[in-house]
Design a protein around this ligand. Structure first.
Ligand code: HEC
Length: 140
């Protein structure tokens, strides 16, 4: 019995180590308050993407455009305290953030044109920016 427990513990430990070794993301240290703020922004980003997809599925491109511009696009920068946070980020991370905001504003303009497929093609440029930043950086 004790042996089994030991074996399981050993397996769990090696898994944890293996994961840590393959995590090559750069750690970006932010003051605690800023971490909390950023993670809350992130959860809103995901929610916004979900709302955009839902509006697209309903054929409501105007609403999708408004959500994209206001919650993710260039218009969202002030509300997110972006200029303040940018100072703490390495250049690559800042660029990924800028790319996401620009992609969201481009999507909004495209969606306003009212054609579903071209709008959809622009949507993936937003999510590509989410993925690019997540692949390279972590804050904890
Ligand atoms: C400029 C970089 C960057 C961009 C762009 C970005 N994120 Fe993040 N996001 C992060 C980092 C860094 C974390 C924290 C990861 C960690 O420390 O493990 C994070 C965490 C998250 C989390 C977890 C929140 C939590 O409370 O656990 C979600 C959800 C998320 N991001 C969604 C998104 C979505 C959706 C987009 C695109 C619309 C996006 N992010 C764009 C950098 C970014």
């Amino acid at each position: 019995m004790a042996n089994k427990t030991l074996l399981i513990t050993a397996l769990l430990c090696s898994c944890t180590f293996a994961r840590a070794e393959t995590d090559a993301r750069q750690l970006v240290e932010l003051p605690e308050m800023m971490q909390t703020h950023m993670m809350s922004n992130m959860r809103d980003h995901l929610q916004a993407i979900n709302e955009i997809i839902t509006y697209l599925a309903d054929g409501n491109l105007d609403k999708a455009a408004v959500i994209a511009e206001q919650r993710l696009g260039m218009s969202s920068l002030d509300e997110h305290g972006a200029s303040h946070m940018a100072g703490f980020m390495p250049e690559g991370m800042r660029n990924a953030g800028t790319e996401m905001h620009k992609a969201a504003s481009r999507f909004a303009l495209k969606a306003e044109e009212g054609e579903l497929l071209p709008a959809y093609a622009m949507l993936k440029e937003i999510t590509a920016a989410c993925v690019a930043c997540h692949a390279h950086y972590r804050i904890r």
